[in-house]
Design a protein around this ligand. Structure first.
Ligand code: B12
Length: 290
């Protein structure tokens, strides 16, 4: 097979991937902490980024379990394709690394720059997929701290392949997809999104445990924290939950994702009042309850 951008993109799309872009490895827009592709492969030339749309129906179904399952399947499709394309490139003589849509991630108890212990452990992927996608011209990072694409807004999962193959790159685009609506900020149950800033610790505690409060940092935080724990303990079975989380990687929150109005492909099917807490969803065609 001739290895060039067009052929690689065509093969990836034929595998059921919705969007694909290519970035020049040395020009990746970096996150904090920086995750350059050349840290993973010093001779890396290209980063191929892929996106698969989530099921919008699953995102707006009651609870989060159906979305979680959908997330796992989008990850599976992405990971399988990344493995296939990675192998194809290696057969053609180009060292390649498939970058999974999912865990494992690096865990940081201490700040790598200062050596100081973080009040809350942080994690980072081997490559920032959002920044890679932005570098490959696929979209922009919005106030929600998520990658927004013209097609699906924030509703897609991402994966990548880092390779030594030199492929014609796409350029980052200024799309101005994120307006001033701040719906994601209003929807966040733990105020992790505020004035265009993202509080990773608040988000992490809520996403991983469903907790509205983070681990106490001082004596005065304890009474509220214990009260919250007791309320959770009354309605939750930790043991059963733990088993389920290990099997299906259950998430606790996608409110920022649901609240975002961006994504032209969803125009006809997106529920009218999507993202408004406690309001029944209505159909954009006839305003009837869904
Ligand atoms: C770890 C992780 C999380 C963690 C931590 C988030 C974080 N930003 O660090 C938690 C569990 C909280 C999380 C939450 C969510 N995530 Co997440 N997450 C990841 C993962 C695996 C790595 C993120 C990463 O490394 N980003 C790069 C960092 C370095 O950049 P950043 O996000 O801009 O910056 C934050 C961190 O750097 C952190 N930070 C600050 N200082 C320091 C210092 C150190 C040492 C460290 C380690 C971190 C750190 O705070 C920054 C913001 O201030 C990626 C997949 C991937 N490999 O990219 C998915 C990913 C970003 N997540 C995704 C999603 C969908 C979500 C959620 C909606 C949850 C869910 N139910 O799936 C929420 C959305 C939260 C939000 N609004 O941003 C999607 C986003 C898709 C899209 N359309 O953009 C991704 C790309 C997964 C995928 N395969 O598609 N996520």
């Amino acid at each position: 097979m001739k290895i060039d951008s067009a052929a690689i993109k065509r093969t990836i799309l034929e595998n059921g991937i919705d969007l694909v872009g290519i970035a020049y490895a040395r020009d990746l827009i970096l996150s904090h902490p920086p995750r350059p592709a050349t840290r993973l492969m010093p001779a890396a030339k290209s980063v191929i980024v892929m996106a698969v749309a989530h099921s919008l129906g699953a995102a707006f179904a009651p609870g989060i379990h159906l979305w979680t399952r959908n997330k796992m399947q989008t990850s599976r499709l992405l990971d399988q394709t990344a493995e296939k394309i990675g192998r194809l490139l290696e057969q053609e003589g180009f060292l390649s690394i498939p970058i999974s849509a999912d865990k494992p991630v690096e865990i940081f108890k201490r700040d790598p720059t200062t050596g100081k212990k973080f009040p809350h452990t942080r994690v980072a992927g081997q490559l920032s997929l959002k920044h890679s996608a932005m570098s490959a011209g696929m979209g922009e990072i919005g106030r929600s701290n998520l990658l927004l694409t013209e097609e699906f807004g924030p509703h897609q999962r991402l994966a990548a392949i880092v390779t030594e193959a030199e492929l014609a790159p796409d350029s980052p685009r200024e799309l101005k997809l994120c307006g001033q609506c701040r719906k994601c900020e209003k929807a966040c149950p733990v105020n992790a999104l505020k004035d265009g800033k993202y509080d990773v610790d608040a988000c992490f505690h809520h996403w991983s445990l469903g907790f509205e409060r983070r681990k106490p940092s001082g004596l005065s935080d304890w009474p509220g924290y214990l009260k919250m724990l007791m309320a959770h303990n009354q309605r939750r079975d930790w043991f059963i939950e733990l088993g389920q989380t290990y099997i299906t990687d259950v998430d606790f929150c996608i409110e920022c994702l649901k609240a975002c109005p961006v994504g032209e492909r969803w125009g006809k099917i997106r529920p009218d009042n999507a993202g408004k807490k406690g309001v029944p969803l209505t159909c954009p065609k006839n305003g009837r309850a869904r």
